[in-house]
Design a protein around this ligand. Sequence first.
Ligand SMILES: *Cc1c(COP(=O)(O)O)cnc(C)c1O
Length: 427
Amino acid sequence: MNNNYRIETKCIQSGWNPKKGEPRVLPIYQSTTFKYDTSDQMGRLFDLEDSGYFYTRLQNPTNDIVASKIAELEGGVAAMLTSSGQAANYYAVFNICEAGDHIVASSSLYGGTYNLYGTTMKKQGIDCTFVDPDASDEEISAAFRPNTKALVAETVSNPSLVVLDIERIARIAHDHGVPLIVDNTFPTPINCRPFEWGADIVTHSTTKYMDGHAMSVGGCIVDSGNFDWEMHADKFPGLTTPDESYHGIVYTKKFGKLAYITKATAQLMRDLGSIQSPQNAFLLNVGLETLHLRVPRHCENALKVAQYLSEHEKVAWVNYPGLDGNKYHALAEKYMPDGSCGVIAFGLKGGRAVSVGFMDKLQLAAIVTHVADARTCVLHPASHTHRQMTDEQLEEAGIAPDLIRFSVGIENVEDIIADLDQALQTV
Ligand SMILES: *Cc1c(COP(=O)(O)O)cnc(C)c1O
């Protein structure tokens, strides 16, 4: 692929590159296994001496082709698809951590990721300290320990819409000799490419804008190839010392810039197996082909909806980084000059009960546990995705009890506003 192509062209053309007589469209390699002529040929794959496919729990060509498109969109060196965004955020950390280690994470994470790091991974012996991503350098630095292995945050957090100061946070991570892992689900690489600002690893819930049509759950991890694992070899023995489960290969020595993704594939996928189905990867690729058309329309519609809401007398507050006067407007302008995402958070006068009652009156906007797809949808995090959190944790995560998460779709924006208008008249 010509790396000079612009991002719109990459959305369409990257990944599958057919040769003479091959299908124009990415084939679905609907096969669990792959054939070899000699026992030795296959043996070399198991030793990581040759690259190739042998079993779809580890790797499948359809997945790898779609992953390579996402790597190109993000400007990374390699990527892997996972069965979900949760699996991506789990593997991204577990690939460089083990029991006894520690991570620092933004307190404004998506509820599922907050649980993963705050509860489930703790049970595996990986501790996590949550910090406010807006805190000072000193406060964030104070959370680091000698056994800290990563700093994790979201570019634009779901649902609190906190915009990460990527350059500053990357610098703090690097000052402590660890990579910055950024979940870039909401902006997508169309609006923001965190590697350009110093992030080292990017994760995605491809379930959202990338798929774009609410068809398939999936995730992705992309490596920039920029973090120097060998320079911090004592912190990352999994990458820099022999892997006995592969006859003692050392990932950084053998694979260089591909070490991180190779280890995630060879070890984590082999042992934990959260592979994306090739069928879902095919659907994801169809979504990616229009990502550059859909994302700007989501942003354009969202800005109009946010402006409408901010002028409505029954609306108590609106949070959308694209709005003038928003706390994160300047950061959004810096990192996402073309727009942030299509998701808005707002609350109604009268508090939680009014917000919930209002949602039931919406007709076009559907109440679904989803966000960031073509159809406008709505959710009340305190009653739904973040239900397990205490009021204190909600506040820490920047989620007001009355917060309505409104995911603006790509319908005609006048119809979306008319729907909001009729529902607001009833409260
Ligand atoms: C939805 C979401 C996830 C989890 O992804 P799934 O595909 O639902 O597992 C992680 N991070 C963010 C920012 C999300 O919006």
